[in-house]
Design a protein around this ligand. Structure first.
Ligand code: MN
Length: 269
């Protein structure tokens, strides 16, 4: 039995299938743990979504910004952009089932036995682990709840870009979603910089969140995606960056927690 963490799939169904074949994935024993952004921009978001539903008993995913954007589009809060390539999924006969399943997925997962924490973008170095999990639990309940559409509508905007004491519930909701699904660079005051997506080599004047000394316990390894321009490089074994831009023609990265192995599948588009 092993946990297979995989970087942003974003509709790259063929590459995911090749990786599952290579590792002889056994759905009765193994867990597939995508780090979020299952759909959008890639060629086969509908096939990836269907696979997740079929394999749901052996899938442990966290939500990414594209997954939340997809939910907003589904609820007509946004019109999908053409390059999101979400039409086939939005028109699929299983889309309601997929939405119901997706809304029940968390923003963070904690694997105590493996000493691993997972979220799509990372963990804020100024915020405790306990607070992350408390806020994420609250946000997940709202996303899965009856007023889901109302909460998804409040999600957008860069104004609340960190957590601090004294925020309203809506602000806390925005803060944890921004931290868990959008964070890359962080300012000295703890606010997030949402503009820059380049690698730290290209923007040495900005600080990646994982280079700030954290308040949370160092015992955990953090597994995350979202930041394709890192190409897997954090230069710190405590932080495993798995988004290696398969959807942009680079490759898909899979990390096996138990054996500390990495598998790479080049993009075939
Ligand atoms: Mn992302």
């Amino acid at each position: 039995m092993a946990h297979y963490f995989v970087g942003d799939i974003q509709g790259c169904y063929e590459e995911l299938m090749r990786l599952l074949d290579r590792i002889n994935f056994d759905p009765t024993e193994d867990k597939l743990c995508p780090v979020g952004d299952l759909v959008a921009r890639g060629p086969d978001s509908d096939k990836v979504a269907k696979l997740m539903l079929e394999m749901q008993d052996s899938v442990e995913v966290v939500l990414g910004n594209h997954d939340l954007h997809f939910l907003s589009v589904y609820h007509n809060l946004f019109t999908a952009k053409k390059n999101d390539k979400l039409e086939a999924l939005l028109n699929a006969d299983f889309v309601d089932n997929y939405v119901n399943w997706l809304k029940r997925q968390p923003l963070f997962r904690l694997y105590d036995k493996l000493n691993i924490i997972v979220s799509h973008a990372g963990m804020h170095p100024h915020v405790s682990l306990h607070k992350h999990l408390e806020l994420a639990d609250f946000a997940q309940q709202k996303i899965a709840g009856e007023k889901s559409k109302k909460w998804l509508k409040t999600m957008y905007g860069d104004k609340v870009s960190t957590w601090q004491p004294g925020l309203t519930k809506e602000e806390e909701f925005k803060a944890i979603i921004n931290i868990a699904t959008r964070m890359r660079y962080i300012k000295d005051n703890g606010e997030l910089d949402f503009k820059q997506k380049n690698s730290p080599q290209e923007t040495p004047y900005l600080t990646p969140w994982f280079n700030v000394t954290p308040q949370h316990p160092k015992a955990y390894k953090m597994v995350f995606g979202h930041w394709a321009s890192l190409m897997g490089q954090t230069h710190n074994p405590q932080f495993k960056a798995l988004d290696t831009g398969c959807v942009w023609g680079n490759h898909m990265t899979m990390y096996v927690a138990e054996s500390d192995e990495i598998f790479i599948q080049p993009s075939i588009n």
